[in-house]
Write a new protein. Structure first.
Length: 131
């Protein structure tokens, strides 16, 4: 009983305040276009461009699961690659970008995948082994 209620409450808290279908048609179209363009930027390796587009989509429809998933996947991928191949300066820049996303709102600030990525970057930057 109570555990199920907690899960339902958490799902409601994670849902966008306004359903996607209830957004104006032009907002829905703009949101969809931003995600599609962001996906293309990701394929071409333009991480900064993709992030900008995904964040703009998120800002059009906060807590939208598609935008959140893309932001999280992008950071998970980039942080994994960065930890393997980047120097301290690049990792610091990456962390600054991630911190900017975490500062957008309380919802993103508490997303486990983003918090974990931020912690991994902070640990590596603080490590004497980092270049």
């Amino acid at each position: 009983g109570y555990v199920a209620y907690d899960r339902i409450e958490a799902r409601i808290a994670a849902a966008p305040a306004v359903a996607f279908a209830d957004l104006p048609a032009d907002t829905r179209a703009q949101f969809t276009q931003l995600l599609q363009d962001g996906d293309k930027f990701t394929q071409y390796g333009d991480v900064a461009g993709a992030l900008d587009l995904f964040v703009r989509a998120y800002q059009l429809h906060p807590r939208n699961p598609e935008a959140v998933a893309r932001i999280e996947a992008l950071f998970e991928r980039v942080v994994t690659i960065g930890l393997r191949e980047s120097d301290r300066q690049d990792l610091t820049t990456l962390k600054e970008n991630l911190d900017g996303v975490l500062a957008i709102d309380d919802f993103l600030a508490h997303r486990a995948a983003l918090v974990k990525a931020d912690e991994r970057l902070a640990a590596r930057i603080a490590s004497p082994a980092a270049n």
